[in-house]
Design a binder for this molecule. Structure first.
Ligand code: AMP
Ligand code: DBH
Length: 550
């Protein structure tokens, strides 16, 4: 039975029964899935980690490592239901750690390498995490220093595990594994597997509780649509913990299929192209700005990319013009993917007509994904009309973790998730993303919640009020612009000072405003609210006026 837990609303029993009866929920867990693949083909390569000295772990090896690490975690008092914040770059240990946690039923909380002390402190304290797993140094940043800062503020955080060289107060991950033990109370398929992060539109990021059953369905459903089988080679070019490269079909989809995962330490063509050539990569996923860079770089023809069959592009709207360039430049099929960590994932199909592939963001994975397009009063609109996308289905959550107030606003009474996306449906049932109603900036796939940044800027002593909006950008699609009203009589502040102030509050770099504009007052709507629409129009006009003439 799927009972609502104290931490988050679960799937109502009648829906759970339906999803099981339909065969979407297969009653599998991540721990068992890896065990099964390892039994089927222990010698097959699961993970290729070029950064880690070119390591190649077989399914058998990954399975054995997960068992030993699971036993080590248990020995250190980490057990079922405990939360563990995992912040790792694209290294093989990421999979060792998460499968060890899956096996014992502890819940990974998927932080991104870009997160800094403000975000990590929140994840650790809000989830009452038992442990935090980091790399020593990655991309020139020392995560051990970050761990010490966080630990000073979150006394409940018992363990810091470091991949690589630990600091004084840390434990080397390599010292944790012990002889495997039988797990007395393994997680059940309907139970939570992990907490994923929402891009969000609120002051602090919300946590997304996903179950083994629902997420595994999104994996094999994606595999069928993207043509992933045991012969596939998936290149993980985006940060591994993000929902897109994790599950659409991503590394976990590839592992479900018994395929091979190749980890790219960075997504740039100079790193990724040689890996595609050497490892015979068949598919990968990119955000739109990177897809643009790749199509341009491919023209140089320095690398043989002929193994690449499918390029998935999603996370933000991919323009039609850019989409048209993919096949000629890279010689592969484009698959647009419009997904969200809360659940619903849409793909264009490999055999869709080219026009559909370049002009739509795909259609849902499941016949049981319910899609509604509604007006501001939740009335259903006719097909083709543009409105708010609401969704409910076999892998879409019914509520955020420990967030009853947000849940009341983010879900309808009958359990539809309010995506905040503005879309229209084509006659073929494909979704076209037309815009967004949520107060968020989508910076090339990296989501920035306006309210979160506003709260930080408001902490500046000279700031009276602030409104963060998107501004158009040829490369990222959107960037962030903070409109600031200074306090009366305050010393003038420079825009660099505001940016520095935000950065020093310990936020991910992608959240630092790209531009800061000072105004005497904000434009208002009819009822006196700040009109972000007018602010967006103002900055767009300003950019047009100052753009270099061609
Ligand atoms: P998140 O909540 O961080 O998982 O981000 C999910 C959101 O990213 C969606 O609700 C959309 O706003 C946006 N998104 C993802 N893929 C696409 C896409 N292909 N086109 C437009 N927006 C997208
Ligand atoms: O942006 C996203 O969150 C996203 C994009 C594509 C996603 O979660 C996914 C596919 O699964």
């Amino acid at each position: 039975m799927t009972e609502p837990t104290v931490d988050a609303p679960g799937y109502p029993a009648e829906f759970a029964e339906r999803y099981r009866a339909a065969g979407w929920w297969r009653g599998e867990t991540f721990g068992q899935m890896l065990r099964d693949r390892a039994a089927e083909h222990p010698e097959r390569v699961a993970i290729v980690d070029p950064a880690g000295g070119g390591r190649r772990w077989t399914y058998g090896e990954l399975d054995a490592r997960a068992d030993r690490l699971a036993a080590g975690f248990l020995a250190r008092g980490i057990g079922k239901g405990d939360r563990v914040v995992v912040q790792l770059p694209n290294v093989a240990e990421f999979f060792e750690v998460i499968f060890a946690l899956f096996r014992i039923g502890a819940l990974p909380v998927f932080a991104l390498p870009a997160h800094r002390e403000t975000e990590i402190r929140h994840f650790c304290s809000f989830t009452e995490a038992a442990a935090y797993v980091v790399a020593d140094v990655a991309e020139g940043y020392d995560y051990r220093v970050l761990a010490d800062k966080v630990r000073a503020d979150v006394p409940g955080l018992k363990h810091v595990f470091v991949v690589g060289e630990p600091g004084e107060e840390h434990t080397a991950l390599a010292d944790v594994p012990t002889e495997p033990v039988a797990i007395a109370d393994p997680p059940l398929p309907h139970e939570l597997a992990f907490l994923q992060l929402s891009g969000g539109s609120t002051g602090v990021p919300k946590l997304i509780p996903r179950t083994h059953d629902d997420y595994i369905y999104s994996l094999w459903g994606s595999n069928e649509i993207c043509g992933v089988d045991e012969n596939s080679v998936y290149l993980c070019a985006l940060p591994a913990a993000h929902n897109f490269p994790l599950s659409s079909p991503g590394t976990l989809g590839a592992l479900y299929a018994g395929a091979r995962v190749v980890l790219a330490p960075r997504p740039s063509p100079d790193v990724a192209f040689p890996l595609i050539e050497r490892e015979g990569v068949t598919l990968t996923g990119l955000v739109p700005p990177l897809a643009l860079v790749w199509t341009e770089a491919a023209a140089a023809g320095d690398h043989d990319l002929s193994s690449l069959e499918v390029l998935l592009v999603g996370g933000a709207k991919f323009s039609e013009e850019a989409a048209r360039r993919v096949r000629p430049a890279l010689g592969c099929t484009l698959q647009q993917v419009f997904g969200m960590a809360e659940g619903l994932v849409n793909y264009t199909r490999l055999d869709d007509p080219e026009e559909t592939i370049v002009t739509t963001q795909g259609r849902p994975i499941s016949p049981d994904d319910e899609i509604r397009v509604v007006d501001d009063e939740d009335n259903d609109l006719p097909t083709g009309a543009t409105g708010h996308l609401l969704t409910r289905g076999p892998y879409t959550i019914r509520g955020y973790w420990r967030a009853p107030e947000h849940n009341a606003a983010s879900f309808t009474a009958d359990g539809f998730y309010r995506t905040g996306d503005v879309v229209r449906l084509t006659d073929s049932g494909h979704i076209v993303v037309e815009g967004r109603a949520k107060d968020q900036i989508n910076r090339g796939g990296e989501k920035v919640a306006a309210e979160e940044i506003e709260n930080h800027i408001l902490a500046h002593p000279a700031v009276h009020d602030v409104a963060v909006v998107s501004m158009p950008d040829a490369y990222l699609g959107e960037r962030t612009c903070a409109y600031v009203v200074l306090r009366e009589g305050a010393e003038p502040v420079k825009s660099v000072a505001v940016k520095k102030f935000v950065r020093e509050r310990g936020l991910a770099a992608f959240k630092v405003p790209d531009r800061v504009e000072f105004v005497a007052a904000f434009p208002q709507t009819g009822i006196g609210k700040v009109s972000k629409k007018d602010l967006r129009a103002a900055i767009a006009a300003e950019l047009r006026a100052t753009a270099p003439q061609l």
